[in-house]
Design a protein around this ligand. Structure first.
Ligand code: 5RP
Length: 234
């Protein structure tokens, strides 16, 4: 649990990162909008700029972000009309120092987030300083999106591959269901000798796995909000 002071400084850091990331959106751009509390601040700022005359078209990475963007009158589109995006701005659960490898998906939107990120020329990640880690998995588990049918056998196979996973549950005791109607397995990552690229390949090759939250070599820039300003890693 964080103290009210810590929560306030985290919120301020997120907002600083979000405002800088939103400032990278230029007139005429096609923009991907991320998911989570930091992305919500980005969408708020982009919405404010749209109200002031910025002309963009956007695609959202979740139903929640789509709803927020439409509420702010941001012109929204889809991949039938926009084959490529100029820039996507999203948050992350962890950013590995040096590599800018990411863990994403604790907001339950990793599949759409990856589809949108991969269709973008640039991906800017906005975070607060708590997200920076030396080793992926240091603080957060890795979310892995899996098909509901046979999820028990998929999770057993993930365990055989060395991923110790638990199904994400809602407060009502039912499995959490993503926008894509899948389940999420949260997997602990080994902290010694973990090879992110190898893990990503193994997960991709597992039948029943739709996508995983390792975003490797995808972030163009990471902006970290701090108590007084921002730091940009690239
Ligand atoms: C959602 C995500 C989010 O970007 C990630 O969970 C960070 O969220 P927040 O900005 O609320 O800390 O990957 O699937």
């Amino acid at each position: 649990m964080s103290t009210p002071e810590q929560a306030n400084s985290t919120d301020a850091a997120k907002r600083r990162a979000a405002v800088w990331a939103a400032s990278q959106v230029e007139d005429g751009m096609k923009v991907g909008l991320g998911t989570g509390s930091t992305s919500a601040l980005v969408i708020e700022e982009v919405g404010r700029r749209v109200a002031e005359g910025l002309r963009i078209t956007a695609i959202a990475t979740s139903e929640a972000s789509q709803k927020q963007a439409l509420g702010l009158k941001i012109p929204m589109s889809d991949f039938a009309h926009l084959p490529q995006l100029d820039l996507t701005i999203d948050g992350a659960d962890e950013v590995q120092e040096g590599t800018l490898y990411l863990i994403k998906g604790h907001g339950g939107a990793l599949l759409r987030e990856k589809i949108v990120a991969i269709a973008s020329k640039k991906l800017i990640i906005a975070v607060d300083p708590r997200k920076l880690v030396k080793t992926l998995g240091a603080v957060f588990t890795l979310p892995v999106e899996i098909v509901p049918f046979g999820f028990e056998t998929t999770m057993r196979r993930l365990k055989d591959l060395g991923f110790d996973c638990e199904l994400r549950m809602n407060d009502d005791g039912k499995p959490f269901v993503t926008d894509g109607q899948h389940y999420i397995a949260h997997c602990k990552l080994p902290q010694v000798g973990f090879d992110a690229k190898q893990a990503a390949e193994k997960l991709k090759a597992t039948v029943g796995v739709v996508e995983h939250g390792l975003f490797l070599g995808m972030a163009s820039k990471v902006v970290i909000g701090g108590p007084e300003g921002i730091q940009v890693l690239e």
